[in-house]
Design a protein around this ligand. Sequence first.
Ligand code: 5GP
Ligand code: ZN
Length: 113
Amino acid sequence: MDNCIFCKIAAGEIPSTTLYEDDDVRVIFDIGPATKGHALVIPKAHVANVFEIPDDLLGKAYSVAKKIAQALKETTGCEGINILQNNGEMAGQSVFHFHIHVIPRYEGDTANI
Ligand code: 5GP
Ligand code: ZN
């Protein structure tokens, strides 16, 4: 899709620090991290939200999110992890290309989720 920042990032047209990539998804660090290690799982196909994403790709994206969460758990020293995604402006979505947030949580962190 034209003019979608996450399409461009997922396709590698805009450089990003990539934690993981395969044919279906790219995982990057959030540009405005809620906490240290805040990652985003982004499907390469343009789908706006959970209602548009096919179930097989949804499952794949969550499976990758789980693996990223496990890796962050082992490397960041976090105490817990949020795995979540927003659908619609009223729900806090600001980029209208489906993505899953993986947010390590630390004692005393100031994340406002
Ligand atoms: P949403 O509010 O849509 O659930 O989450 C969008 C997230 O994308 C935000 O946490 C925001 O910081 C992040 N973001 C927006 N633009 C960029 C970008 O160009 N690069 C990266 N790495 N993250 C971005
Ligand atoms: Zn897109």
